[in-house]
Design a protein around this ligand. Structure first.
Ligand SMILES: *Cc1c(COP(=O)(O)O)cnc(C)c1O
Length: 228
């Protein structure tokens, strides 16, 4: 559905206002970056959001990321990969030079990426995805292995520039459980700050205010922005 500019402006204003309310409860110095997840929406809406001042967008599939980056290459946008990466798509992703690959979800994938990055003499900024609620259906490293895995990637993958962690909040209506998954991830992030981590990416349309209160400094929001 293509939305008119006033609708998108109202949705964006509301989200930004909510982010502001949440981040101020943490500290007036706590800055939160908004990445708009465009996977559900049309290219026209991305263009309109750009005109409204938004620069960072995320996609969860390499193919769609590629199409959109090409279609919008004249705009100074930054693009984030946020979905599961199949090994046979690594080269395609490297060629796209995304701003941030948020879904690095195993040591194995890191090693595979390292090989291909070396061959292409390229580097990539990445976040380590954590399966904080230990859900079967979700990708990511288990929280108890997160620090070790992070350090191993740092040591063995010089072409991967790890910038922090990403998680998807627990998939439940139980607010306490969602909060716990964010707190788990944030405590891992805090321990990695001395290793240079600066990004704690957590919070989507249904839970971003809670995520920010738990210390998130990057939210990935889709559906809340594309309501007609
Ligand atoms: C789709 C998606 C989002 C955005 O989801 P909404 O609930 O629509 O805001 C955020 N992060 C990831 C990893 C996603 O796949």
């Amino acid at each position: 559905m293509i939305l008119d500019k006033e609708t998108l402006r109202a949705n964006l204003d509301k989200v930004i206002w909510n982010i502001e309310q949440a981040r101020i409860t943490v500290s007036e110095h706590h800055i939160v970056k908004l990445v708009i997840v465009a996977k559900y929406t049309e290219i026209e809406n991305i263009k309109t959001l750009y005109e409204l001042g938004q620069r960072a967008f995320g996609e969860n599939q390499v193919q769609q990321l590629k199409e959109r980056m090409h279609a919008l290459e004249d705009l100074p946008l930054e693009w984030h990969m946020i979905g599961r990466l199949q090994k046979n798509k690594i080269n395609n992703l490297i060629d796209l030079r995304p701003t941030l690959m948020q879904s690095l979800d195993s040591l194995d994938l890191a090693h595979e990426m390292q090989k291909k990055l070396t061959a292409k003499e390229a580097k990539m900024h990445c976040l380590l995805q954590i399966n904080a609620a230990k859900e079967e259906s979700k990708a990511g490293v288990m929280p108890e292995h997160a620090i070790d895995t992070y350090l191993q990637i740092k040591e063995s993958c010089p072409n991967i520039n790890l910038k922090g962690v990403m998680t998807i909040g627990a998939h439940t209506d139980d607010t306490k459980a969602i909060q716990q998954s964010f707190e788990t991830t944030h405590s891992i992030y805090e321990r990695l700050e001395k290793e240079g981590a600066t990004i704690c990416s957590m919070g989507m349309s249904g839970d971003y205010e809670l995520a920010i209160k738990c210390g998130s400094n990057m939210v990935r929001i889709g559906s809340a922005l594309f309501q007609g």
